[in-house]
Design a protein around this ligand. Sequence first.
Ligand SMILES: [Mg+2]
Length: 106
Amino acid sequence: MLQLSQEYTLKQLQSYVKDVVKQRGWDKNNDLELFLLFSEEVGELAKAIRYHRGLCPEHGHSGLENLEEEFADVLAYLLDLANYFDIDLTQAFWKKEEKNAKRLWD
Ligand SMILES: [Mg+2]
């Protein structure tokens, strides 16, 4: 298993999440469950952004820490979901970026 490091590349992070999910026994979810959990985290991120922007006056403003945590949760589930489908996100990102670079944008 990879050691926890703040210097991870996306590829290493994806591999780390794969190991950690197995180690913690979170590898029982199917693709639907994983996608729903990922979506739930996207919702939590939306809420954190609303709070951070002060769009929920009854809750005041939330700090940057909460935003960071929700971004981290979204990333973790995205990596987990990609692992489920054996998709190398780094490779997928650059492959798509190659297509985008050749596309004409209005
Ligand atoms: Mg969360």
